[in-house]
Design a protein around this ligand. Structure first.
Ligand code: PGA
Length: 252
């Protein structure tokens, strides 16, 4: 049975104090609440990762990184390797977020390399993709999503898919307050599962968790999560408030 996941991407927010306090609050809020086949993940910035990992140890929260470099090590000033993440107890990494693609020029080809390095180091990958507004308006969104998934992931062997989580994040819905309708999310998630089934197998498609991301908040989470192919969410803005994040976890 596939797992439900609520993941918070803190992006470039929260200094050390705020990060520790937020993870503590979230940990406390879910403590007395059996999580019922649901994973809760938060992704702080690199500098706060180790402390947050320690803070979260006794809670049900897992910690992810927001990015990593594709090389194992070397002269890459300012970069972070997969092994560095593993060495501080991080087991999951977000790759391909639209902000990385848009502001840092990350291409499908580069992301495929990052995926390989992450998996080679036994990290699990939350792989993000999604169309921009112009693609949706021109009815090209299925093609865009298919090519992002194909180029980033379809070179993998079938057995790698136990460590892949997909996150459909329409770029026009990220941080804009505008959410894809539950029907739009379901339609795309169903499409994604079909292309994974075609490339690999129905079993792999049925097992992979597909998250929706883009302006998920307490007021819309339940409706989005009620769709059969939506297995949870990747949450930005609303993950910065322990109360809102908890409400979104409850919605699942
Ligand atoms: P948002 O961000 O919830 O603030 O729209 C989602 C994301 O970027 O993952």
């Amino acid at each position: 049975m596939r797992v439900k996941i609520v993941a918070g991407n803190w992006k470039m927010n929260n200094d050390m104090k705020a990060s520790k306090s937020l993870v503590k609050k979230v940990g406390k809020s879910i403590k007395n609440n059996p999580l019922n086949n649901t994973r809760v993940i938060v992704a702080p910035t690199f500098v706060n990762l180790e402390r947050v990992v320690k803070k979260a140890k006794k809670s049900a929260i897992e910690i992810a990184a927001q990015n990593m470099h594709f090389e194992e090590s070397g002269a890459y000033t300012g970069e972070i390797s997969a092994k560095m993440l593993k060495s501080i107890g991080v087991n999951t990494v977000i790759l391909g977020h639209s902000e990385r693609r848009e502001y840092f020029g990350e291409t499908d080809q580069l992301l495929a390399k990052k995926v390989n390095t992450a998996l080679a180091n036994e990290l699990e990958v939350i792989f993000c993709f999604g169309e921009v507004l112009a693609d949706r308006k021109s009815n090209n969104h299925f093609n865009v999503v298919e090519s992002q998934i194909k180029n980033g992931l379809f070179h993998l062997e079938a057995n790698a898919w136990t460590r892949i989580i997909l996150a459909y994040e329409p770029v026009w819905a990220i941080g804009t307050g505008e959410t894809a309708s539950p029907e739009q999310a379901q339609e795309m998630h169903d499409f994604i599962r079909k292309i994974v089934a075609k490339r690999y197998s129905q079993e792999i498609a049925d097992e992979v968790s597909i998250l929706y991301g883009g302006s998920v908040k307490p007021s819309n989470a339940q409706e989005i999560f009620s769709k059969p192919d939506v297995d949870g969410g990747l949450i930005g803005g609303a993950a910065l408030s322990a109360e809102d994040f908890k409400a979104i976890i409850d919605a699942i």
